[in-house]
Design a protein around this ligand. Sequence first.
Ligand SMILES: [Zn+2]
Length: 82
Amino acid sequence: MTQQQIEIPVILNNGVIGTAVATGNNASWHCYCQRNIPLLGKSGQVKGPSENLKIVCPDCGAEYFVEPDGGDYKKAVRVIEL
Ligand SMILES: [Zn+2]
């Protein structure tokens, strides 16, 4: 079976909702700063973001967290800006 490409929401602090693509516990999306290369992150823990599991855009410093589906490091369901 191929790696299914699932679309999940990216929720920005200004209320804008974008789209990320996820396969398993990995997700990829474009930062709102228009960085050419997409960001890539894996899901974290249910309790929320920790220092070593957040994703920081190298160009603008925006911080994101990939939420897991009901258990630590489970499949990615949502990307949120921190
Ligand atoms: Zn950025």
